[in-house]
Design a protein around this ligand. Sequence first.
Ligand SMILES: *[C@@H]1O[C@H](CO)[C@@H](O)[C@H](O)[C@H]1NC(C)=O
Ligand SMILES: *[C@@H]1O[C@H](CO)[C@@H](O)[C@H](O)[C@H]1NC(C)=O
Ligand SMILES: *[C@@H]1O[C@H](CO)[C@@H](O)[C@H](O)[C@H]1NC(C)=O
Ligand SMILES: *[C@@H]1O[C@H](CO)[C@@H](O)[C@H](O)[C@H]1NC(C)=O
Ligand SMILES: *[C@@H]1O[C@H](CO)[C@@H](O)[C@H](O)[C@H]1NC(C)=O
Ligand SMILES: *[C@@H]1O[C@H](CO)[C@@H](O)[C@H](O)[C@H]1NC(C)=O
Ligand SMILES: *[C@@H]1O[C@H](CO)[C@@H](O)[C@H](O)[C@H]1NC(C)=O
Ligand SMILES: *[C@@H]1O[C@H](CO)[C@@H](O)[C@H](O)[C@H]1NC(C)=O
Ligand SMILES: *[C@@H]1O[C@H](CO)[C@@H](O)[C@H](O)[C@H]1NC(C)=O
Ligand SMILES: *[C@@H]1O[C@H](CO)[C@@H](O)[C@H](O)[C@H]1NC(C)=O
Ligand SMILES: *[C@@H]1O[C@H](CO)[C@@H](O)[C@H](O)[C@H]1NC(C)=O
Ligand SMILES: *[C@@H]1O[C@H](CO)[C@@H](O)[C@H](O)[C@H]1NC(C)=O
Length: 398
Amino acid sequence: MYRYAAVVLFLASGIVFQLSHGVEVTVSDSEGKLCIYANLMVNFSVSYEEVGNKSSTAEFELPSKVTTEGSDCNVTSSLLKLNFGGHTWSVNFTNNGDKYQADSITFSYDLSNKAVFPNAALNETLSVSFKPEITGVAKDTCYSCKSRDTFESDTVNQTLWDVLIQAFVSNNSKCESCKCSFSITSTQTSAPTPTTTPTPTTTPTPTLPTPAVGVYSIKPDVNGTACLLANFGLRIGLKQAEEMNFDPNGTTTSGKCGDNSSDLVLVSKTMTIMLTFTNDTKKFRLHALNITGKTSVVFSEANTNLSLWEAAVGASYMCNKEQNYTITSMLTLFTFNLRVQPFGVRKGVFSTAHECSLDDTSILIPIIVGAALAGLILIVVVAYVIGRRKTYVGYQTL
Ligand SMILES: *[C@@H]1O[C@H](CO)[C@@H](O)[C@H](O)[C@H]1NC(C)=O
Ligand SMILES: *[C@@H]1O[C@H](CO)[C@@H](O)[C@H](O)[C@H]1NC(C)=O
Ligand SMILES: *[C@@H]1O[C@H](CO)[C@@H](O)[C@H](O)[C@H]1NC(C)=O
Ligand SMILES: *[C@@H]1O[C@H](CO)[C@@H](O)[C@H](O)[C@H]1NC(C)=O
Ligand SMILES: *[C@@H]1O[C@H](CO)[C@@H](O)[C@H](O)[C@H]1NC(C)=O
Ligand SMILES: *[C@@H]1O[C@H](CO)[C@@H](O)[C@H](O)[C@H]1NC(C)=O
Ligand SMILES: *[C@@H]1O[C@H](CO)[C@@H](O)[C@H](O)[C@H]1NC(C)=O
Ligand SMILES: *[C@@H]1O[C@H](CO)[C@@H](O)[C@H](O)[C@H]1NC(C)=O
Ligand SMILES: *[C@@H]1O[C@H](CO)[C@@H](O)[C@H](O)[C@H]1NC(C)=O
Ligand SMILES: *[C@@H]1O[C@H](CO)[C@@H](O)[C@H](O)[C@H]1NC(C)=O
Ligand SMILES: *[C@@H]1O[C@H](CO)[C@@H](O)[C@H](O)[C@H]1NC(C)=O
Ligand SMILES: *[C@@H]1O[C@H](CO)[C@@H](O)[C@H](O)[C@H]1NC(C)=O
């Protein structure tokens, strides 16, 4: 049943993906190595003067057939230039070490293209520039913004959506399943007509690999045994943006153990995650969670009134299956192979686990044991009845 649902979901998202597939371009440097990868959609709305002193507006989309002539890359700066119908749409990028940014988007339109600008009074090519908010993108990652981002000037409005751009591609390999930076701020300021905004739930999630399971512990002193243990793989989902995995590699762990409250703080290259566990009436739970995106993904989402991962103090909480939790309206937390024990850790190892009800094993094992017991009882009863009958029959013939 689940499997069919998954197939249907997959097909549905596949169709959506087909429909919203944008204009895909690649640029190679002078050595023939891939240096820019982009997949995006742009709508233009241009107001121009018609003959006879009339004002008119032309609306058109970035066509699927564009050329990238004039695009160029070197180590420090790159230019993505898309040419179509005498018009050009270009973005220039600069690389400052481990991050890169887009400096400006320039759109030049040729009014002598009368198919696009009927009755235009002029034959000139005009240009407008916009300042995009594509900054601080980590090297070897991409910038992604699914929702509409509108830039306005006196004469031109351009709307970008379903944007994925990677500049300064190294090693000739574009990041397909790598994490992207998201435009959170611009999604909130754009989209004046939210009714036509592509809903984030229908956008296909990229095939993100299962996050690596991190093994974290807090030791009250250097030589002591751990007082808090936590193993989990984490993924966060931000509204209007794609999901990303928390990378345990290179993460620093800190925190403290208390009688009634314990903290675990995980600092990775991209995120800081603070978990607060409380112990009240001999049960513990995850009470507060604060996740801050530090680099290209700038966000801070916290909920200080949670009741998750509950178990008895002295036991651990375990959930192997993928779980998702709505932390705030903006943030969803996904956990994989979760096991935590924030209080009463003995000898530095996990105590008996309280398993989440959704784990297959926790439901299946009692069922299997129960079924086996029932079968055993049945066999005993049948054997007893047969045995009694035999002896009874035996007595009668005597
Ligand atoms: C750009 O958008 C603004 C606000 O929606 C609108 O008032 C203006 O007419 C638009 N300009 C063009 C050229 O479409
Ligand atoms: C064009 O229209 C503007 C106002 O829209 C007016 O001021 C101007 O005189 C007109 N020019 C011509 C040549 O009709
Ligand atoms: C872009 O333009 C096309 C046709 O001009 C239109 O069908 C589509 O709805 C527009 N999309 C957005 C997001 O404005
Ligand atoms: C890279 O290109 C930019 C502009 O095209 C140029 O100003 C800069 O000198 C170039 N840098 C190198 C190292 O070639
Ligand atoms: C990017 O383009 C803008 C406008 O065309 C220009 O002013 C700026 O100098 C360019 N930046 C770089 C680094 O080339
Ligand atoms: C624009 O160019 C076309 C053909 O190239 C010409 O027929 C037309 O008169 C020109 N219009 C203006 C306003 O110069
Ligand atoms: C570059 O690509 C090769 C093969 O595709 C891979 O083995 C190597 O690890 C990559 N290096 C980096 C720095 O990504
Ligand atoms: C930890 O152990 C080392 C030797 O293994 C010892 O020198 C040090 O004093 C101990 N530190 C504490 C805080 O017990
Ligand atoms: C962790 O990252 C370092 C460099 O950042 C790398 O050398 C190492 O292989 C990574 N380890 C794992 C398990 O991915
Ligand atoms: C948990 O809190 C109770 C009181 O509510 C306390 O008696 C117990 O010692 C605490 N457990 C731990 C491991 O600190
Ligand atoms: C979450 O953490 C950030 C960064 O440390 C901090 O600025 C913010 O106040 C915290 N939010 C809450 C609700 O504690
Ligand atoms: C969250 O989990 C529920 C079932 O536990 C599932 O139906 C739902 O699709 C999940 N949501 C996401 C965004 O994965």
